[in-house]
Ligand binder design. Structure first.
Ligand code: 13P
Length: 275
């Protein structure tokens, strides 16, 4: 089927009180593994292309991979830009056929975040593409960039932001972090409820790897509709490669790596869909 937009699949999640996984993809094998399980579980998926993947391979081939996966898929697939760096990158992704772009201005002054987010929304909505924005920078290490401070989202900023930026989804910093958590994450669930009560767009939880299942369930019950997972997929893929590398058979290596990824994907989909 044709690629879906982020808004389309998150509207479904809202109706069903579930969350849709945003899985980062870095090669051909990871999306193959994701779509196999998504079809088995009959769950829409967001295939997310992040800054690391773009730095490594540009915007040429991965978008074609996602388009191809979607064309052959029985479930909706979204092609999404993760942590977009600015207006120019958003435009490049619109040209490359993405159906959803994130602009992450959370590390910039609030006024600048508002201005660039509005520009990205205007350009994306003009061509029917969804937009995710971010408030309260999410800590941890992603794509080699480290943000150490846990930055809880400022609820006054959320209120101002959503009154002037018509984005389709909003990522919020609530104690979540990219990469592996040191200990149990300290998630501020009250801020999810507060953002929802003030009418925020679909809420997004980044740093989905390693958050305990009960916390994920609670976050979804309070209104999180998209959960991003990258690190656990990459570790699973590399585990599979590592276990088979000495055999010297590339197809066996990829097959094992994909099986490892599929296990993670299945567990996340069942958890996020409350199955
Ligand atoms: P993890 O790597 O912690 O799963 O986070 C992924 C993410 O939030 C991508 O934006």
């Amino acid at each position: 089927m044709a690629l879906a937009t982020l808004k389309e699949v998150l509207d479904i999640a809202e109706q069903t009180g579930t969350a849709i996984p945003g899985f980062n993809i870095d090669n051909i094998e990871i999306p193959e593994a994701i779509i196999t399980v998504a079809e088995e579980e009959n769950c829409p998926v967001i295939m997310t292309i992040g800054q690391g993947a773009i730095a490594a391979g540009g915007l040429k081939h991965l978008p074609d991979v996602v388009r191809s996966v979607a064309r052959h898929s029985s479930v909706p697939v979204v092609m999404h830009l993760d942590h977009g760096a600015g207006y120019e990158q958003a435009i490049a992704c619109l040209r490359a056929g993405f159906t959803s772009v994130m602009y992450d201005g959370s590390h910039h002054p609030f006024a600048e975040n508002v201005n660039v987010s509005r520009d990205v929304v205007r350009a994306a909505h003009a061509v029917g593409v969804s937009v995710e924005c971010e408030l309260g920078a999410i800590s941890g290490v992603e794509d080699g960039i480290s943000h150490d401070n846990t930055n809880l989202v400022d609820l006054n900023e959320v209120s101002k932001f959503i009154s002037v930026v018509d984005c389709d989804a909003l990522a919020i910093g609530i104690g979540n972090a990219h990469g592996i958590y040191k200990g149990t994450p300290d998630i501020d669930f009250g801020r999810i409820r507060a953002c929802r009560e003030m009418g925020a767009p679909h809420l997004v939880l980044h740093g989905g790897s390693g958050i305990p299942e009960d916390m994920i369930r609670k976050a979804i019950s309070l209104g999180i509709r998209k959960i991003n997972v990258a690190t656990e997929l990459r570790l699973a893929f590399m585990k599979g490669l590592g276990e088979t590398a000495s055999g010297g058979d590339i197809y066996k290596m990829y097959d094992r790596a994909k099986q490892e990824v599929m296990e993670v994907v299945r567990a996340k989909i069942r958890l996020f869909q409350q199955k």
